[in-house]
Design a protein around this ligand. Structure first.
Ligand SMILES: Nc1nc2c(c(=O)[nH]1)N[C@H]1C(S)=C(S)[C@@H](COP(=O)(O)O)O[C@H]1N2
Ligand SMILES: [Mo]
Length: 188
């Protein structure tokens, strides 16, 4: 596996699916849930649950790498590609970074270029089933090419920024970018 280049150095393969997050699993209420694109956009966008779940859907098959050293291969994520979502707003020219925002104030940062990779997906399903509550139901971001703390569960919106600001784990010592293949685990 490692020889095939799929298992980053310092990682062990798991067949289980560990659950890892800060705080409690939030409750979902489809009548109050919304998804917001805001910040450096010409017009902020707010989508209701019905609007979001009716967006065109795709699948991405991807490996998942947690900084605590487990990797899980071949996750089949179903949902809305980030590119599909971002087509619905006109960005201000200064927009370069994003802060991904979730329930309970959890947040994580990414360069805009990483959000709009073809493999970045807002997942509603895993291996054909709705996401389990503890894995992000009803919606999580999946950014397969970065450590999994960037794959924000219970995601509620994206803020477009002109500069790189640290999210929750990035403020607490994790690397600002987090490439698992370069072992960018912690900031120096
Ligand atoms: N909202 C939220 N998303 C989060 C986290 C969190 O604490 N809150 N933890 C992250 C971390 S550190 C990891 S490893 C993955 C774990 O996803 P899983 O529990 O589905 O395996 O979720 C990420 N997304
Ligand atoms: Mo993690």
């Amino acid at each position: 596996m490692r020889a095939a280049g799929r298992l980053p150095s310092g990682q062990s393969l798991t067949l289980k699916w560990p659950v890892l997050h800060e705080g409690a699993v939030p409750r979902f209420d489809s009548s109050t849930w919304d998804f917001r694109l805001f910040g450096l956009v010409e017009e902020p966008l707010r989508l209701s649950w019905e609007e979001f779940s009716n967006l065109p859907q795709s699948e991405v098959l991807a490996d998942m790498h947690c900084v605590t050293r487990w990797s899980r291969f071949d996750n089949r994520w179903g949902g809305v590609l980030a590119t599909e979502l971002m087509r619905r707003v006109k960005l201000r020219p200064q927009a370069r970074h994003v802060m991904v925002r979730a329930e309970h104030g959890y947040k994580s940062n990414l360069p805009l270029a990483d959000l709009v990779r073809p493999t970045t997906i807002f997942a509603l399903r895993h291996d054909g089933e709705p996401l389990p509550a503890e894995h992000g139901y009803p919606l999580r971001l999946v950014v397969p090419h970065l450590y999994a703390w960037k794959s924000v569960k219970w995601v509620r919106g994206i803020e477009l920024l002109d500069l790189e600001l640290p999210g929750f784990w990035e403020q607490n010592g994790y690397h600002i970018y987090g490439d698992p293949f370069k072992e960018q685990r912690y900031s120096v």
